[in-house]
Write a protein that binds this ligand. Sequence first.
Ligand code: ZN
Ligand code: ZN
Length: 263
Amino acid sequence: MLSRRKIWRNSSGVLHALRSLLELVFPPVCALCGDDVSGSQEGASGDFLWKGWAICGECLKEVNWLRPPFCPRCAMPMKSGVVSSHLCGDCLASPPPFSSARALLVYGDEVFPLLHKMKYGPEASLARFMGVLLARHFLWQIRDLGIERVVPIPLHKKRLVERGFNQAALMARPIARALEIPLELRCLVKVRPTSPQVGLKRSERVANLKGAFAVTEKARISGKRLLLVDDVYTTGTTLSEASRCLLKAGAKEVHVITFARVS
Ligand SMILES: [Zn+2]
Ligand SMILES: [Zn+2]
């Protein structure tokens, strides 16, 4: 009979061979700097490796991870020394409709090429990679929230045809799969196209999004705790408006997760 150690050694050898084979089929490229990381020890961290995409060792050191302290409600990074349970000034003045927000990274120059390539490449597999990273890093936190449905921020039909995919939906799929809960792709819809939010004042952003979302199948989310997924949390206007719409339709709670958070 094989000892447990021997079985482990054998299976890790098989895993290594499988990974080498996978790297041969999909040579991993760093999603941030574009470097080929196949075979490099630095880029070989399994946590940041998935089907041809990786984050290399150098970039792992460079990126600004969203670490405490941050506002537990909107994930706004806070000055060190602040207790993590404290809400930020914005949330104290006017709390958002969602119960909590989390993000993997603080938005910065090093993240911009990745998001740009994903959206305007357009590179659908990169959006899936981002979703895999979120699922790997937040699985237990999301489980603890008792999430029952995953809902991506929808694109308007026109934009969907232009890009060919909804990045938030692709990011949401690996999360729903890891949680083994339903992914709601047709429940929240964008019923009206909106102009880009960039450069608009707060009141203009709110007006721009007013009535932009609708819930088509209320029964699917009624009384449920939802996880709302998007690529970037910028001002929170889109996520707030979508949350409001879901809560109005009967959702019990809405929690937000994004890949990056603008500070
Ligand atoms: Zn890199
Ligand atoms: Zn806040």
